[in-house]
Design a protein around this ligand. Structure first.
Ligand code: URA
Length: 196
């Protein structure tokens, strides 16, 4: 059964399924278009996200905004969230147990948005959505079908900030994404064949 956005918000805000609720400033549910054909899933809130209560608003988020703009997508037209809704202290990578504890919220979000296409940003999102055996280095740039939803993985923007040599691969992933959105006419007002 699909829960409502309001119930999801309460579930996330009341959640104590792992210890991170005790150290974060607040929960970060995610934001954007609730009916977006494209959903983006990152790892976990960082410092700025924890302060502002919004996903991807720090340096990685600013890069993400520019990446979306490069394929003519304003970020308000997609739905953006993270696997984890609480910031791990000092931005350490989340443990598999923390990610597993948060998965029910992500599943509820996917059920509400019902995206046609999902872009996974980095290793944590890849493992949470595609399975713990999957590796970003092996599956990035390849389309998967997950119960009728097309799923593509690419590098996390933080990884691109740390290692700009990865940017050409990320750009080729973005072009693949744009081609899919164009072919399926998911943003016909923004992404057309003559530009893709
Ligand atoms: N990194 C993420 O994975 N998510 C954010 O919201 C910010 C940084």
């Amino acid at each position: 059964m699909r829960i409502s956005w309001e119930t999801l918000w309460h579930n996330i805000h009341d959640c104590q399924a792992c210890g991170l609720y005790a150290t974060c400033r607040g929960k970060v549910m995610g934001q954007g278009d609730w009916h977006a054909p494209l959903m983006l899933i990152g790892e976990a809130p960082g410092e700025q996200e924890d302060r502002q209560g919004l996903a991807f608003v720090g340096p990685a988020g600013q890069l993400l905004t520019r990446m979306l703009e490069a394929i003519n997508l304003p970020r308000e037209r997609v739905y953006i969230c993270n696997v984890l809704k609480c910031r791990p202290p000092g931005n350490r990578p989340p443990t598999p147990e923390e990610a597993a504890a948060c998965l029910k919220h992500l599943r509820a979000q996917v059920a509400l948005v019902r995206p046609k296409v999902i872009l996974l940003l980095g290793a944590t999102a890849v493992r949470a959505v595609l399975g713990p055996q999957e590796r970003i280095t092996r599956c990035r740039g390849q389309w998967r079908d997950l119960k009728g939803v097309q799923v593509l993985a690419t590098y996390h923007p933080s990884a691109l900030l740390r290692d700009p040599a990865k940017k050409p691969e990320a750009w080729s992933d973005l072009k693949r994404l744009r081609a899919c959105l164009c072919e399926r006419e998911l943003y016909p007002d923004l992404i057309r064949e003559d530009e893709a």
